[in-house]
Design a binder for this molecule. Structure first.
Ligand SMILES: Nc1ncnc2c1ncn2[C@@H]1O[C@H](COP(=O)(O)OP(=O)(O)OP(=O)(O)O)[C@@H](O)[C@H]1O
Length: 240
């Protein structure tokens, strides 16, 4: 049994149908990339999993149980945590307070100690008493990931974590995420930065216009310049 299994999932915003019969699975302790161009439906797929898209149907099973009819809170309590693209940290709370709120609102899973977050994210250790609004984009992203991680998720969904970050910060984030996945955290990640996603993941799904276009191992995908060009706009020059 897969940890997460989507089968023929459809998702809508009002009358706008944006995900079509999408299927994917994530095994326990796996890191899976969900790739595709802007507007392909990656965020909407993550939102279909967390129940935050306005309307969805199909089969979504977590540890074999259907979650497609469950509330957003119930799904979160099952241990599925999303780090949204826009991060949504609390601007007036300090780093420690942001983490404490996440820990204290954690239900369904046993939270991890806040001190462990400072081991994983040394940059946050130095910023404990800084308010969210005074953090840089990279620091906010680290805090957003730490906030999800403190809730000890069984499945961590990362929506474009490198969005808007300077290359040097992307490298810091890569190190932190590599550390996290080495701690047996299961991750489904969407990324426009294909190289970043390929480095971190074991398997990938490519979606195009809300539909499955390809799936397979990262090893296979690296050999497929045709796919990288057709669906991910990665030319030979940048696929280093
Ligand atoms: N709140 C919304 N209301 C209506 N349509 C939306 C909404 N959010 C996204 N869409 C549309 O749904 C489609 C899929 O968008 P989605 O954000 O899932 O794509 P994406 O692959 O995550 O792209 P990006 O990399 O730009 O975030 C797009 O056509 C987008 O315009």
């Amino acid at each position: 049994m897969s940890l997460l299994e989507l089968s023929d999932v459809n998702a809508y915003y009002g009358n706008s149908h944006v995900v079509f019969d999408l299927s994917l699975s994530v095994e326990e302790n796996e890191v899976v990339a969900l790739l595709g161009r802007n507007g392909a439906g990656k965020t909407t797929t993550l939102r279909a999993i967390t129940g935050t898209v306005p309307r969805r149907h199909g089969t979504i099973a977590f540890r074999g149980d259907s979650i497609v009819d469950q509330s957003v809170d119930r799904i979160s309590n099952r241990g599925i945590k999303l780090v949204p693209e826009e991060r949504r940290i609390f601007p007036t709370l300090t780093v420690v307070e942001n983490l404490s709120v996440a820990r204290d609102s954690c239900s369904g899973t046993e939270p991890r100690p806040i001190e462990e977050m400072f081991d994983i994210f040394p940059v946050l250790d130095e910023l404990r008493e800084n308010r969210g609004r005074n953090l840089s984009g990279g620091e906010q992203q680290m805090l957003a990931v730490a906030r999800a991680l403190v809730q000890n998720p069984d499945l961590l969904l990362l929506d474009e974590p490198t969005e808007g970050l300077a290359p040097v910060i992307v490298e810091d984030l890569r190190e932190v995420l590599e550390d996290i996945v080495s701690r047996d955290v299961t991750v489904l990640i969407t990324e426009q930065n294909v190289e970043f996603a390929l480095d971190l993941s074991e398997r990938a799904y490519i979606i195009e216009s809300g539909e499955n276009a390809w799936d397979g191992s990262i090893e296979d995908l690296r050999q497929r310049e045709d796919l990288l060009e057709e669906y991910l706009s990665v030319g030979e020059a940048s696929a280093d």
